[in-house]
Design a binder for this molecule. Sequence first.
Ligand code: ZN
Length: 369
Amino acid sequence: MAPDPFTELRSPQGSLVSLYASRPSPGGFAALLSDLLRPIREQAATRDRTVEMSVRADVERIRDLAESFETGSAPAYAVFASDADGIFQVEALTHEVPDVALLGHRPYLRPLRTRPRDLRAGFLVADRLQARVFVVCGSVVTELGDPIEAEPVKRDYGGFEGNAEHTARQRADENAARLWKDAGQRLFEAHQERPLDFVAIGAPAELADGIARALHPYLAQLPRVDFPAVPGSVTETALRSEAASSADEVRRNRQAALAGRVCDTAWSGGMAVLGLSRCLAASNAQAIETLVIAGDLVRPGVLCGSCGFLARSGEECPVCGDGLIETEDVVADLIEAVVAAGGSVHQIEVASPLDNEGVGALTRFPVTV
Ligand SMILES: [Zn+2]
């Protein structure tokens, strides 16, 4: 889902409730919503009357959603509500998110921004006689074309038996190689149309390397996983679970490489910054190309409602002079600022040198902060 319809939501007095709830066990939505909303309501009670009344109305209205969430089929829902500002938006999400509710001036979009994207896997499942090609993305399995069959070998019994057998075996090898090449070509076309993130080869173990050698050099450069399978009996469920576990591994490797790149670049004096304060400053300068956050780091901070200036603390905006407003999760505001400036955001789950810094970024130009 594109979070963009929500980015512009604003509540000048800070009464915007952002709530995310993933499907609990059956019958659990009412309790989950109550638990998430209780602290919001308590927080609102300490604010001015407009905020308090607005939140009270929204809490009632959101609680009333429990029943429709129960009967719905989405794995998770997001709600953005501010009665005082005429905002009430409910969105069915396609993936689970951590349960959270926050009160603020702007929508809390971090759970949407930091969700890892589904990786696109190219599957080639083959033995010596048949090959099938699939693309798996998330839980969607698409078979590309019909199964391809190897050309049958006609035995020639005219000569000596030994020779005939040898020739037949050689033919069969050639035919299998051609079969794999044809299947590989189909996968290559899919990759050219839209890039694949990795390749999976499902085959009897002794054939996997031979099949891999038949791949186009572009595909051969991608991460590759092998798993035992035969084309005649491979199931969508098997492909889906193979894709999911391999995607996790590919993603972890990429995250580790990205975190390493940010740290190495910064340490060697290149175009990168480390640490939240420096990243906020670099973002204020519209310099961030790629933001990398170690885990679910959350830090309070301040933001300017007029010009978007971000900092760890302060009263007055040094850019435009407006009063700064407090924010519970300035990392989330940083994420929004980076996305708005055309940068990309990665929240990583693997342990890396970035853990000490919490957050780091590759910048578009050298930043002195
Ligand atoms: Zn400002």
